[in-house]
Design a protein around this ligand. Structure first.
Ligand code: DGL
Length: 271
């Protein structure tokens, strides 16, 4: 069958394996789509890198996805969105790009006590994108931000629990809860993989928000408008082509563990 726009794959981009938390939500809503994932693992974390470096790496990653024939791209990295989304859209004015951003708006709406916490990378915390979101959607709400240094590296190594991970998570979750936050925003796509620990340490009175399902709905809506949705009655796809700048075997092993046995992860180098 000749490739058509609607049966072309969708590209997903992150600095590393964090964006797989977004991919899970995308595939749950759009099971008949095909996926190519770019993990720029050799250069992760982006959260502490200079803006120009993150912009250049993100531009390269999206360019590779486009060259692979992807009909759309999902920026599954809040840090890239916060530092670089306007640049990326300007580079590809005729390509569908959907980008994740911290769920400040729903958090502000759902907080009963008027205090929310945003867990994110240092770059996202300092980004103009997050400042804009807070100004637009969190008027009258106290927004506490925490740059969770070291969390991304833990997820990249697959260290999702254990005493050292608990201590690293507690260092940022406890001050937010003690300051009265009753909603916590997972403002980095690596953090949903720490969600069980975050929820346990935050306690049952605190709601934890992950925007990935909203990103999936937005992608579905935009694909539909452009007539690019894959046939919904087709076979479900859970094969993943994962291209990485890191060690292919190591990154694929972590990715397979994070996604679970229902996925078949196939690795290739990112050139
Ligand atoms: N997972 C990314 C994010 O959502 C990037 C984290 C990083 O590389 O520091 O921000």
């Amino acid at each position: 069958m000749p490739a058509t726009a609607a049966n072309a794959p969708i590209g997903v981009f992150d600095s590393g394996v964090g964006g797989l938390s977004v991919l899970r939500a995308l595939q749950a809503l759009l099971p008949t789509e095909r996926w190519i994932y770019v993990a720029d693992s050799a250069h992760a974390p982006y959260g502490d890198k200079p803006t120009a470096f993150v912009q250049a790496r993100a531009a390269h990653g999206l360019q590779r996805l486009r060259a692979a024939g992807c009909k759309a791209a999902v920026v599954a990295c809040n840090t890239v969105t916060g530092l670089s989304i306007e640049t990326l859209r300007a580079q590809h004015p005729d390509w569908l790009i959907v980008a994740i951003e911290p769920a400040v708006k729903p958090a502000a709406q759902r907080s009963r006590g008027g205090v929310i916490g945003v867990l994110a990378t240092r770059n996202t915390v300092a980004s103009p994108g997050l400042a804009r979101l807070i100004a637009a959607h969190a008027q009258g709400v106290r927004v506490l931000t925490r740059a969770c240094t070291g969390w991304v590296e833990r997820v990249e190594r697959g260290e999702l629990d254990g005493p050292a991970t608990e201590a690293a998570v507690a260092e940022h979750v406890h001050p937010l809860v003690q300051a009265g936050a009753d909603v916590l925003v997972l403002g980095c796509t690596h953090y949903p993989f720490l969600r069980p620990v975050i929820e346990r340490l935050a306690g049952p009175a605190v709601e934890v928000l992950d925007p990935a399902p909203a990103v999936a709905r937005e992608l579905q809506r935009r694909l539909q408008i452009q007539g690019l949705l894959a046939a919904p009655a087709g076979p479900p796809h859970s094969e993943l082509l994962l291209r990485t700048s890191g060690d292919v075997r190591t990154v694929c092993a972590v990715a397979q563990r994070l996604l679970g046995a229902t996925w078949q992860v196939r690795g290739a180098p990112l050139d």
